[in-house]
Every structure is written in structure tokens, then in C-alpha cells.
Design a protein around this ligand. Structure first.
Ligand code: GDD
Ligand code: MG
Length: 192
């Protein structure tokens, strides 16, 4: 693609929690014609997400938390999500182990890396690293809940995988990363 893209200018519109840039570029279309495009990119780094599964009891661990961007567009419930976090300079596996300890209160041993999709590639630069893990009640090390100093107020939920699947169908689970992981576990079960 590099011979089809020429950056003309780049402007930082906001450099705060994330970096929002406006880029003007020339793009050579498949028919050979060059055109000029303006595109904004929202960059707050990459993230990682995990859905732990207990094959003995067929349960998953999820979190429930207030998400202001969802509230801002009218969604009035806290979101049920898989445990996730930004990488913050760590490699994805280190980051997700840390996040599972902080948010879920579980020390996870058998972690499996799955895939790393772009979640909203038209505007957000983030790739999200997906993991599953096998867990058991013995892996619990604390109540979890996240870091109150960072404004986190996270409830830990344990539910049967089939109840999570039903939650997708009836609209209780509306977070994309969570839906992908629940469906993945159903398609590729972790066996005891
Ligand atoms: N000051 C400030 N804090 C923020 C802002 N936005 C989020 N935070 C706080 O920053 C912390 C980030 O927590 P993480 O656990 O690292 O990330 P996350 O918000 O769970 O993000 C995960 O889920 C996202 C949504 O699905 C993913 O997009 C992301 O990659 C990651 O996996 C949270 O305490 C959150 O409240 C902001 O604009 N300003
Ligand atoms: Mg998080």
C-alpha cells in the first residue's frame, strides 16, 4: 500500500487522554487515479481483553461498569463486559494478567492468545488483543474491582456461559469484544 499513500500534512487536534489527529493524504485508487482525503485518527494505544472459563462449572467471569460514552448517547445501564484494559507499555499478555488481577481479583495460569482485531478501523487506531483462560475458584486472590483512584468502580460477575449467550440474544450484553469472546468460547470450547 505504501506506493499508494502520500501524507501531505498532519495536525494534532487534541493531545489529552488520547491523541486526535487530522491528516491530509493523497491516495491512489484501484483505478490509478490519485485523490486527496482528509482523515481523523483517535489514538489511545492498544488494549487487551480476556474471558476466563471454568470448564468444571461451565461459568465465565465478566465485569459490570459505568461507561460514560455509552451513557452519553442514551444507554442507561452499566455495561457487562469481559475484563479489559489498555496495554500501558506492557506486552499484551503481561497487561491482561495484570488487568485480571486488578479488575477480577484472579491470578490466571493458563492463558491462550486468540487474535488482535481492529475494533473500529475507520477512526480508532486501536488493536485489541483477545485472550481466553481456564480458571477455577482456587485462582481467586482478591475481590477485584479495579482501582478507585483511577475512578474505576467495577463489579465482578460470574455466570454460566449459556446465560452469557442468552444475554447477547436478549440485549443485556451489548459490548462487541464481550460478544466476540462469548461466541468464540461456544464455537471452540475449553474442555476440562
Ligand atoms: N482521566 C481520564 N481517564 C479516563 C478517560 N477515559 C477512560 N479513563 C479511565 O482510564 C482507565 C482505563 O482503564 P483500563 O481498564 O485500562 O481500560 P478500559 O477503559 O477498560 O478499556 C478497555 O476497554 C475498552 C472498551 O471496550 C477498549 O477499547 C480498550 O482497549 C480496553 O480494552 C479507567 O479507569 C477509565 O475510567 C479519560 O478521558 N480521562
Ligand atoms: Mg478495564
Amino acid at each position: 500500500m505504501e506506493d499508494r499513500v502520500r501524507i501531505r500534512s498532519e495536525e494534532v487536534l487534541s493531545d489529552d487522554w488520547a491523541v486526535l489527529k487530522k491528516t491530509v493524504l493523497d491516495y491512489r485508487r484501484r483505478d490509478g487515479r490519485w485523490e486527496t482525503q482528509t482523515r481523523q485518527t483517535y489514538d489511545r494505544g492498544d488494549g487487551a481483553v480476556i474471558l476466563p472459563f471454568d470448564p468444571q462449572r461451565s461459568t465465565v467471569l465478566l465485569v459490570r461498569q459505568f461507561r460514560f460514552p455509552a451513557y452519553a448517547v442514551g444507554y442507561r445501564e452499566p455495561l457487562i463486559e469481559a475484563c479489559a484494559g489498555l496495554l500501558d507499555e506492557n506486552d499484551p499478555e503481561t497487561a491482561i494478567r495484570k488487568e485480571a488481577e486488578e479488575e477480577l481479583g484472579y491470578h490466571l495460569k493458563d492463558i491462550e492468545r486468540l487474535f488482535a482485531p481492529f475494533m473500529s478501523p475507520g477512526s480508532v487506531t486501536e488493536r485489541l488483543w483477545f485472550f481466553t483462560a481456564r480458571y477455577s475458584p482456587a485462582d481467586r486472590i482478591s475481590d477485584g474491582g479495579g482501582s478507585p483512584e483511577e475512578g474505576e468502580d467495577i463489579e465482578v460477575l460470574e455466570m454460566p456461559l449459556d446465560e452469557a449467550l442468552a444475554g447477547i440474544a436478549d440485549g443485556r450484553i451489548v459490548d462487541a469484544k464481550t460478544i466476540i469472546l462469548i461466541q468464540h468460547l461456544k464455537l471452540s470450547p475449553i474442555v476440562g
